[in-house]
Design a protein around this ligand. Sequence first.
Ligand code: GRF
Length: 191
Amino acid sequence: INLAIFASGSGSNFDAIVHAIEKGELDANVSLLVCDRVGAPVIEKAQRYEVDTVVFTPKVYNGKAAYEEALLADCRDREIDYIILAGYMRLIGPTLLKPYENRIINIHPSLLPAFPGKDAIGQAVSKQVKITGVTVHFIDDGMDTGPIIDQEAVRIEDTDTEEDVKRKIQAVEHELYPKVIQSLLVKEDAK
Ligand code: GRF
C-alpha cells in the first residue's frame, strides 16, 4: 500500500507515520510527500528518509483544479492508494476528491464536530472546555466535516497553558494516526 502525505508545516505526524512503518506497526510505504509551502520543515524530514517530494506553489497555477491535476498525476505515477493529510492547510477540491473518494484522510486537533477550522486548540482553550482531543476522518467537500473514523480524548487541566494542551494533543496524534491508517489497510485487505 502506497501512501502520499500532504503537509504544509512541521511534519511531526509525517515523522510518526514513518517511524511506525520502521517499527513494523504500519504495513505501508510513504511513497510521496506533497507540500504547498517552500521551506516547510516537513520537506527536510522527507529528504532525510529519501521520500520523493513534490513542493508546489499554488499561486503560480491557474486555480485549484490546475494544481490538483498536477498532484493527481504525481499520485497516479506512484500508484498512491491513500492520501494522508497531516497539517495540509488547504481544502481538497473535486479534482482529487473524486478519484480518491474514501481514500483521503485527515487528522484534526479537536473532537469534531467541535472546533473545526483553524486554531482548534486555541478555540478549545479559550472556551475553557475540559475535554478536547483528536479526530481522524475521511475528507469530503466541507471543512473538517467528513465521516469520522476514530477519536481520542485529551483532558485539559485548569493549570494547562495552550502549549501544554498542544503537546498533549500531538502525543495522542502521533500514536493514533498510524494506528488508524493501519486499521484501514487491514479492513481493505479483508474486503
Ligand atoms: C496537527 O496538529 C494536525 O492535527 C493538524 O495540523 C497539525 C500538523 O502538525 N491538522 P505536524 O505538521 O504534523 O507537526
